[in-house]
Design a protein around this ligand. Structure first.
Ligand code: F0G
Length: 466
């Protein structure tokens, strides 16, 4: 017997794995949730996880590890120096990403701290395809000034541009003309752009950026936190890549950059870990000097040997086509169901979550009353689903004027952990958002009653205006 080999014609995005162990979650009452969110100052970061039913706060460190990763954890070589697991990690980074040198760090921001200190001098300019909170802060703490050079479409939640993570080379050229290339140590290039809604950069754009920066002696430092997810979008959206594997595309992306910071808590499927990677030996040496100050010896960087082993195995799993197809398939399933009900979300659907457009969801709540913060709290109150504000609270304040940044994007992020929740869980998310949408006129916004100095979204507290 023979069947047609075109097997994907009738197939959904279904996962290439099955469940071996379960973790119970608490089902809460409305009164319990009301008390929990008030106690948390209406900030979902301040909720206790035991009060959360479906946790879509972040995809960072929240993914399920595979049986192979757990088996690898048992093979931890917990030597202070020269752990075998470090060499496995180094091999994985060289094999799958192609960078020559790797310095482990406890997570992504550890790597951001080191690369910022190594490459940025006070007064330098650091352009990037939109900002990420911790990345920009480390650039600023090192004395740099961040400039957003992402294409305008990235700031428009309605734009259906397939590569909203692309860099506008005219914006980069303007910075080079104004400040001089010698003031720009590197371009900070992220795959995918988290704050824009998990939007990818195209290979064509990256190649143009590479040509331009090489001409001007500017490096490209790659925030490769979600590089495999970006590669999937290149595979399905960019001409010439349909027949390439995600693994091949990932390696090509990395080959067009000089170094990378990685939060392995996302793409690489571990609960903790990260690294800094690069091709230049001089930069590697300086990073080794600093990692011992901030993280630990250059062969463990704040991690246990077992963590590095899980990361090495996770990197290999993360670039498999079947894995990424299902990962992004699940995100698209949720997004398409919301779109079918005309819920305002950022389009196109991005890599790691669905981003509700709070300005459109709650048009009568002005940005200064934190509509996205209020919407995230309302969703929790309805169903125990935890999401995250990505708007004016996350954007923080302008260092020079002290005023809030007023970002165009005022979003609530429903971030999907990898390999954790089922399609039925996604259906519950849709039901809850429809419920809150029906009752949106009850949401009046917030005032901020406590504001921390750095990365305020983590610990700020609010009171409800109604
Ligand atoms: N870069 C990007 C694009 C990120 O999304 C994150 C973390 C980091 C760097 C920093 O890495 O957390 O390991 O220190 N993003 C998480 C999130 C926190 O929820 O989006 P980290």
């Amino acid at each position: 017997m023979e069947l047609d080999v075109n097997t994907f014609r009738h197939r959904s995005w279904a996962e290439p794995w099955k469940v071996k162990m379960v973790e119970h979650v608490k089902m809460t009452t409305y009164e319990e949730r009301k008390k929990a969110i008030v106690d948390a100052g209406y900030n979902t970061f301040l909720l206790r996880s035991r009060d959360v039913y479906i946790d879509l706060l972040t995809d960072s460190g929240t993914s399920a590890m595979s049986d192979r990763q757990w088996a690898g954890m048992m093979m931890g070589d917990e030597a202070y120096a020269g752990s075998e697991n470090f060499y496995h990690l180094e091999e994985a980074v060289q094999k799958y990403y192609g960078y020559k040198y790797v310095v482990p760090t406890h997570q992504g921001r550890g790597a951001e701290n080191i690369i910022s200190k190594v490459l940025i001098k006070p007064g330098d300019i650091v352009p990037g395809n939109m900002y990420f909170t911790t990345t920009r802060l480390h650039q600023e703490l090192a004395g740099g000034e961040f400039h957003d050079i992402v294409i305008d479409e990235a700031h428009d939640p309605e734009s259906e541009h397939p590569f909203k993570g692309n860099i506008d080379l005219n914006k980069l050229e303007a910075l080079v003309k104004k400040y001089g290339a010698e003031k720009i140590p590197y371009v900070s290039m992220a795959t995918t752009v988290n704050m824009a809604g998990g939007q990818p950069i195209s290979m064509a754009n990256l190649r143009e950026l590479r040509a331009y920066t090489q001409k001007h002696g500017i490096l490209i430092i790659h925030d490769m936190t979600r590089v495999a997810e970006n590669a999937w979008f290149i595979k399905v959206r960019e001409d010439g890549y349909q027949d390439k594997s995600v693994a091949e595309i990932v390696k090509e992306i990395c080959s067009l950059t000089d170094g990378a910071t990685m939060s392995a808590k996302k793409d690489a499927l571990v609960n903790i870990g990260g690294f800094l990677a690069m091709n230049d030996h001089g930069i590697y040496e300086e990073a080794c000097n600093l990692v011992v100050v901030y993280e630990g010896l250059h062969t463990y960087g704040g991690l246990a040997g077992r963590d590095m082993e899980a990361m090495a195995i996770g990197i290999g799993e993360s670039v498999q086509d079947d894995h990424i197809r299902a990962r992004i398939g699940q995100v698209e399933y949720l997004g398409n169901r919301l779109l079918a009900h005309e819920i305002p979300i950022v389009k196109p659907i991005g890599s790691h979550g669905i981003f509700l457009n709070a300005k459109k969801f709650l048009p009568s709540v002005p940005q200064i009353n934190f509509p996205a913060q209020a919407l995230a709290a309302a969703i929790y109150l309805d169903s125990g689903i935890r999401s995250m504000e990505r708007g004016i609270v996350s954007a923080g304040r302008d260092k020079a004027t002290g005023d809030h940044y007023y970002p165009k994007l005022e979003l609530v992020r429903l971030t999907i952990p990898r390999r954790v929740y089922t399609q039925a869980h996604m259906d519950v998310v849709v039901e809850s958002i429809l419920e809150v949408y029906d009752q949106r006129n009850r949401i009046k916004g917030f005032k901020m009653v406590y504001e921390p100095k750095y990365l305020r979204f983590f610990q700020a507290r609010f009171e409800s205006l109604g």
